[in-house]
Ligand binder design. Structure first.
Ligand SMILES: Cc1ncc(COP(=O)(O)O)c(C=O)c1O
Length: 389
């Protein structure tokens, strides 16, 4: 009865089962995988947010397939604050970055066409690709005093069916930004092979050194779709508002955006109240970002100070984002380690294989976890791993 593309293994995996067991045991869980900022105890400008949701404009329906002009102008102003110029007509609003991905996949790919994705990276790509009948080709990132794109493998991965390259800037969970030189190479490869570049910048504002990084919206060498949204930059995933920005050679950009407009017009998925509220919601991001980065710095300092007191584990360098990657003895699979930590320590961490790390020995922890929980969880993990080597 059902299409092959939905033929997923729907059984609960071992780690999810272990989480269930731990939760039903009634013991307190130290959850080092927190990724929902609205549940991490940050103080939002509640008055501003709630007032924005009461705007009279929410009572009218004047659909615009690219999104309300006022909301697109707020997005253009966001880029202005990053010293980048984005014309409002180059912005298309979506309900989420995931929806933006699916629109762009539909724009670029016939069934079975290929997109290149970084590895390790964000695990949702597999489902997005399945649903859009796209085949993913992984290009490796390698670690050598920081993360780098393996351009040799990336170039080898480009087949006649390749339609685009995805880059996550900074990447999740490795926390590295594409360097200006890498950005140019990505543009050049896409231009030569007539592919599009798809840049996910949901964590762009979260550089550890708080220095502005160049956005892909400023790149014009190849057709580029840059995505972001309120879920990370404003810490408001519940609002379901995101966008994509087209840039690149004028004719291709115009045609790409015109076709995307038809896709967006078919769904008109973004609701009016959120679009009307979007300027005010974007406006309160600084206060949220400051708190979040303060926590990331505090947890990272705590992690480093605990790591200094032992020799068995380490952490990989990162430049931004909300996660840290721990290097632990690869005495068993990452999944086994994560399950044992849940069962023996009541600590929940993500195994590296969840993000496609090429070998065992990596665990991912969230730096936006409440500080006391983070301190205690890392303490338990590091004490326990001393017995592993
Ligand atoms: C790299 C990356 N892109 C996109 C998303 C999803 O964003 P949205 O909530 O806008 O779909 C996430 C969520 O964790 C992410 O890590």
């Amino acid at each position: 009865m059902f299409a092959d593309r939905t033929n997923w293994n729907l059984s609960t995996n071992r780690l999810a089962q272990a989480v269930e067991r731990q939760r039903s045991s009634g013991r307190k869980l130290l959850d080092l995988t927190a990724s929902n900022p609205s549940e991490c105890g940050f103080q939002y400008d509640q008055n501003k947010i709630l007032q924005a949701l009461q705007h009279r404009g929410a009572l009218e329906y004047r659909p615009d397939p690219r999104g309300l002009k006022s909301a697109r102008t707020a997005v253009a102003e966001y880029y202005q604050s990053l010293e980048a110029t984005v014309p409002t007509e180059d912005v298309i609003l979506t309900t989420s970055t995931s929806e933006a991905y699916s629109f762009v996949f539909r724009l670029l790919c016939n069934p079975g066409d290929e997109l290149l994705i970084p590895s390790p990276s964000y695990p949702l790509f597999d489902f997005l690709a399945d649903i859009q009948d796209v085949k993913l080709i992984r290009y490796p990132l390698f670690y050598d005093h920081g993360w780098h794109i393996d351009f040799h493998s990336l170039r080898n991965g480009v087949t006649p069916r390749a339609r685009g390259i995805i880059v996550v800037h900074p990447n999740n969970p490795t926390g590295h930004f594409a360097k200006p030189e890498e950005m140019s190479q990505l543009q050049e490869i896409c231009a030569v092979h007539d592919m599009a570049l798809i840049a996910d910048e949901v964590f762009l504002d979260f550089a550890l050194d708080r220095k502005r990084r160049r956005s892909f919206v400023e790149e014009h060498g190849a057709l580029t779709f840059t995505m972001s949204g309120l879920s990370k930059i404003c810490g408001l995933p519940q609002m379901k508002a995101a966008w994509l920005v087209g840039s690149g050679p004028t004719d291709k950009k115009r045609e790409g955006l015109a076709r995307l407009e038809v896709i967006a017009d078919t769904y008109l998925s973004l609701n009016t109240p959120i679009q009307v509220a979007a300027p005010a919601l974007l406006d309160q991001r600084d206060g949220f970002q400051e708190q979040l980065m303060a926590r990331v710095h505090k947890n990272l300092a705590e992690l480093d100070s605990q790591l200094e007191r032992q020799k068995v584990c380490g952490r990989l360098e990162m430049e931004g984002g909300w996660d840290a990657v721990l290097r632990v003895p690869a005495t068993r699979s990452d999944e086994d380690l994560a399950v044992e930590m849940l069962e023996q320590l009541d600590v929940y961490v993500h195994p590296g294989h969840f993000y496609g790390f090429p070998a065992d020995g990596y665990l991912v922890v969230s730096l936006i976890t409440h500080e006391p929980e983070f301190l205690q969880g890392i303490d338990r993990v590091l004490r326990w791993t001393q017995g592993l080597s």
